[in-house]
Ligand binder design. Structure first.
Ligand code: LIP
Length: 260
């Protein structure tokens, strides 16, 4: 694939993310107080908007790149050599309950490696974007991870989902807090990882997260000078993996705390 073809996909991903974000925000502001909550599983929300946004993204990508494969969190799809991996709303639980902390996540993966990662938070109008080897930006401005090297001064977001037993989360949280880290959990793994890329926090880790939640954001951190574990393994594409992203100086302590 030529650089021109990759750049076309990068620019398209940014435009599609913004269009999808406008739809998400419209639906968020239209939601009624009688919003019906549907669940895919314990604490795993599903909204009509998830599916509607994913259909929009899939249609736009098919229009421009008909030979690429597509995989979305809600509708599934296929994993070919060139595949778009999409989470239409990362932070669905907050979206469903009226909390304005969520984003759309779009990754382009070639031969099992993320080449393009784009996230858009429509509530803050923040577009995070990265091409492998070309750096990471927030609304077009280059971003870098923080310089925090002392875990006792760090802010670490520890993600959780019902996909794994709670005990592991509690063990890691206890270890991080014993090290003096300020431990948070918000509800969007993608935004939590993106905040590491731009220095709003110093690490994001989760014992299990899906490829469509995190692949785009992990590239942001790699391109912003941070460290990331080998997240997107062949198995991760379909089954997820643990994720650790942090400032390079915190790697050893965070990896040790996550070793369960
Ligand atoms: C979310 C993940 C996050 C996890 C949440 C949820 P969703 O994805 O991005 O890492 O901690 O529980 O799974 O379901 O909002 O797309």
């Amino acid at each position: 694939m030529t650089d021109v073809q990759l750049n076309h996909r990068y620019l398209a991903a940014c435009a599609i993310a913004r269009e999808a974000g406008r739809l998400i925000r419209l639906r968020f502001e239209q939601r009624g107080e009688a919003l019906t909550h549907k669940f895919k599983g314990p604490q795993d929300y599903l909204t009509e908007t998830d599916a509607e946004v994913e259909r929009l993204i899939a249609a736009r990508i098919a229009e421009s790149f008909p030979d690429d494969d597509f995989f979305g969190e809600e509708g599934g799809g296929s994993f070919g050599r060139d595949v778009w991996i999409v989470d239409p709303i990362d932070g669905t639980a907050d979206f469903a309950r009226g909390v304005p902390h969520f984003c759309v996540s779009i990754a382009f993966v070639r031969d099992g490696r993320t080449e393009i990662g784009v996230l858009y938070d429509p509530m803050l109008d923040e577009l995070f974007a990265a091409r492998r080897g070309a750096g990471a930006t927030l609304n077009g401005v280059p971003i870098k991870v923080s310089t925090i090297a002392d875990i006792g001064q760090s802010v670490v977001e520890l993600g959780w989902s019902s996909r794994i037993p709670f005990e592991g989360f509690a063990t890691v949280q206890g270890r991080l807090q014993a090290l003096g880290a300020g431990v948070k959990r918000r509800g969007s793994g993608a935004l939590g990882i993106a905040y590491v890329a731009m220095g709003r926090q110093d690490a994001y880790c989760e014992l299990h997260i899906n490829s469509w939640d995190a692949a785009a954001a992990v590239l942001l951190v790699e391109e912003a000078g941070g460290w990331a574990n080998d997240f997107l393994t062949p198995e991760c594409l379909r089954s997820g993996n643990r994720v650790i992203v942090c400032t390079p100086a915190l790697r050893e302590q965070i990896e040790r705390a996550m070793d369960i």
